[in-house]
Design a protein around this ligand. Structure first.
Ligand code: UD1
Length: 416
C-alpha cells in the first residue's frame, strides 16, 4: 500500500492549477445515461472515483474513454441496469445511476451503499423521492430493485438539504411525465451546474440557484457537451495549505465564489487574499489566528473542509471551536493529529482545538479522503518526518496531489 513521506516545516510558494471537480463530474457522468448518444465531458479529473464511475458505466454497456481530461461516454448501447455491490461499496456516488436508469429504462438494480468510515450515510431521501414519482422500489438481497417504473411528476419536499438526493431527483424528473417540484434543494455548485448542464441538453428546469426547482418533464434530451467546473474543495485545501505553512499560493482555474465561506474563514485566520475572476492568491500569516467554524450546506462552510480547517487551527495562536452539523462523527483525523502533538478535545460533534507552536512528524494513518488531506497538511507544517499511511483515500479525490505540492516546494515523496 502506498504511503507519503513528508519532511515538513517549509512555507509553500507558487502557483497551482486546480483540477475539475470530482463531485460535479460524478452526477454529470451519471446523467449521460439519460440519453442514448455520445457525450463529451471536458476537465474531468483523473481520480480513482471518476475511474470507478467510468467502470460502472462500462458495466451498464456504455463505451467510455479518457483522453487526458476529456471523457467521452457513448451510451447508445447501454443494455444492463445493474450496478454491482463490488463497485458501489467502493464509491457511494454510484447510487447516482439509479434515477437515470429508472427514467430511461423503467428498471434498475443498484447495490445499496453501506455505511462509510465516519458512520451511517442514509439514502432514504433518494428512495422516498423516487417512490413519490411512482417508482416501485424493493430492497432485495442488498440491492435496490425497480421494475416497470413510469416516472411521473410529483411535489417533493426534503426535510434535510441533500446534495445527492437533489441531483438524483433532478435527473429522474427531467424525463418524467408532467411537472416535478423539488423543495428545500441543495445549492452546492455541483448540483446547480448539473441543472445547467441538463438544461443545455433541452431539460426544462426553473429556479436553479434557489431552494425550489420546478421541472417540466420532456421526452428526450440532447447528448451532453460540457466542461466540469473547478474543484472548490481542492482549491480551498490549497488555500488552507498556504495558511498553515505561512506561504503564498496562487490558485488558478477557480471560481472564488464557490469557496467563499472557506476564504472568509482563512481571512479571519490572518491570511491576505487577492481575488480575481478565476484566481485567488492566498498569503498565510506567520501564525494563524484561532477560529470558530460551523459546517453548513452551501453557501455555508463545507463539511468537506472541516478536517483541513482543524489542521490549520491545530497550529493557531489560541483556542478554536469547530462544529460539524452535517456529519456528526466525521472526526477520525483527530486522534491521528493528536499523535503529531495537536491538542484537540472532542465533545460530540464539536472539536475544541488548542493551538500548539509546532506539530511534530509522526507515523499516521489516513482514514478517509478529507481526513487524509488534513494529515498531509499537518505533515507539511510539522517539524521532522511524517509518514502518512493508506493514502489510497487521497487518490480518490485529489488529482496529482504530491506533484502539485512538490511544485510548490514541499518535500514529499510517494513510497510504493
Ligand atoms: C455529498 C458529497 C460529499 C459531501 C456531502 C455534504 C458527492 C459525491 N459527495 O455527499 O463530499 O460531504 O455532499 O456536502 O458529491 N441525508 C439523509 N438522507 C439521505 C441523504 C442524505 O439523511 O437520503 C443526510 C446525510 O446523512 C447528511 C446530509 O443529509 O447529514 C447531507 O448529505 P448529502 O448532501 O446527501 O451528502 P452526499 O450527497 O452523500
Amino acid at each position: 500500500m502506498d504511503k507519503l513521506l513528508v519532511r515538513g516545516g517549509k512555507p509553500l510558494q507558487g502557483t497551482v492549477r486546480i483540477s475539475g471537480s470530482k463531485n460535479a463530474a460524478l452526477p454529470v457522468m451519471a446523467a449521460t445515461l439519460l440519453t442514448p448518444g455520445v457525450h463529451r465531458l471536458r476537465n474531468v479529473p483523473r481520480l480513482r472515483d471518476t475511474h470507478t464511475f467510468a467502470r460502472v458505466l462500462e458495466l451498464l454497456g456504455a463505451r467510455v474513454s479518457f483522453d487526458a481530461n476529456l471523457l467521452t461516454v457513448d451510451t447508445r448501447e447501454v443494455s444492463s441496469v445493474e450496478a454491482p455491490y463490488e463497485l458501489v461499496k467502493t464509491m457511494r456516488a454510484s447510487i447516482y445511476v439509479l434515477g437515470p436508469l429508472l427514467a430511461r429504462f423503467g428498471r434498475a438494480k443498484v447495490s445499496l451503499p453501506g455505511g462509510c468510515a465516519w458512520g451511517p450515510r442514509p439514502v432514504n431521501l433518494h428512495l422516498t423521492g423516487l417512490r413519490a414519482m411512482g417508482a416501485v422500489l424493493e430492497i432485495e438481497h442488498g440491492y435496490i430493485v425497480g421494475r416497470d417504473a413510469r416516472l411521473k411528476g410529483a411535489t417533493i419536499g426534503f426535510d434535510v438539504v441533500s446534495v445527492g438526493a437533489t441531483a438524483q431527483l433532478m435527473m429522474a424528473a427531467v424525463l418524467a411525465e408532467g411537472t416535478t417540484v423539488l423543495e428545500n434543494v441543495a445549492l452546492e455548485p455541483d448540483v446547480t451546474v448539473l441543472g445547467e448542464v441538463l438544461a443545455g441538453c433541452g431539460a426544462r428546469i426553473e429556479g436553479l440557484g434557489s431552494r425550489r426547482l420546478t421541472i417540466q418533464g420532456v421526452t428526450s434530451l440532447r447528448p451532453i457537451d460540457t466542461a466540469i467546473i473547478p474543484d472548490r474543495i481542492e482549491a480551498a485545501t490549497f488555500a488552507a495549505v498556504a495558511a498553515m505553512t505561512g506561504g503564498t499560493i496562487r490558485l488558478e482555474n477557480v471560481v472564488p465564489d464557490h469557496f467563499e465561506a472557506a476564504l472568509r474563514k482563512l481571512e479571519e485566520a490572518g491570511c491576505a487574499l487577492q481575488r480575481a475572476a478565476d484566481s485567488v492568491t492566498v498569503a498565510g500569516p506567520a501564525r494563524p489566528r484561532p477560529l470558530n467554524v460551523v459546517t453548513q450546506p452551501f453557501p455555508g462552510f463545507p463539511t468537506d473542509m472541516q478536517a483541513q480547517m482543524i489542521a490549520v487551527c491545530a497550529v493557531a495562536e489560541g483556542t478554536s471551536v469547530i462544529e460539524d452539523t452535517i456529519y456528526l462523527d466525521r472526526f477520525t483525523h483527530v486522534p491521528e493529529l493528536a499523535r503529531m502533538g495537536a491538542r484537540i478535545e472532542l465533545r460530540g460533534n464539536v472539536a475544541v482545538v488548542k493551538g500548539v507552536d509546532r506539530l511534530a512528524g509522526a507515523q499516521v494513518m489516513a482514514t478517509d479522503l478529507r481526513a487524509s488531506a488534513c494529515l498531509v497538511m499537518a505533515a507539511l507544517a510539522a517539524q521532522g518526518e511524517t509518514l502518512v499511511d493508506r493514502i489510497y483515500h487521497l487518490d480518490r479525490g485529489y488529482e496529482s496531489l504530491e506533484q502539485k505540492l512538490a511544485a510548490l516546494g514541499a518535500d514529499i515523496q510517494r513510497i510504493h
